[in-house]
Write a protein that binds this ligand. Structure first.
Ligand SMILES: [Zn+2]
Length: 140
């Protein structure tokens, strides 16, 4: 799994600056992880979490991997199914769901590649076909 340099932070052992590296995974749900090894004292930390990572992580992932979109081209009833699932999963308001609906068929949501792959899996489990497409700043 590729690691992205997320930010510089203070070593939990000696307080000197260390580089924190992290990544995301969509296997068995959306997860993120991060770790560092201090070059000054050898101290190590590993952390992980479930769901959307902190904003500093997302900024680093988007910067390194570009922005990706979830493209939904489902017809009629399946489109409504997709909107319902996205609303529940992402905790969207009705107004936000309206925005997604207006974008259909097309790219309804943007984020990191792993986040979009995760949404695609969830939609696929409901029988809704979608694709993950590069939107901006994506390395070729
Ligand atoms: Zn240290």
């Amino acid at each position: 799994m590729p690691a992205t340099r997320v930010e510089q932070m203070a070593c939990g052992d000696c307080g000197r600056p260390v580089d924190l590296y992290g990544g995301q995974s969509a296997v068995g749900g959306l997860r993120y992880w991060a770790s560092y090894q201090c070059e000054h004292c050898g101290g190590r930390r590993e952390m992980d979490g479930i769901g959307m990572p902190p904003e500093s992580f997302r900024r680093a992932f988007l910067q390194e991997q570009g922005t990706w979109g979830l493209e939904v081209r489902a017809p009629g009833a399946l489109a409504l199914q997709a909107l319902k699932l996205l609303r529940e999963t992402l905790g969207l308001s009705l107004a936000e769901v309206g925005v997604l609906k207006a974008r259909m068929p097309g790219v309804v949501r943007e984020g990191t590649r792993v986040e979009m792959e995760w949404l695609k899996q969830l939609l696929g489990a409901k029988g809704v076909t979608s694709s993950v497409v590069p939107v901006a700043g994506t390395p070729v």
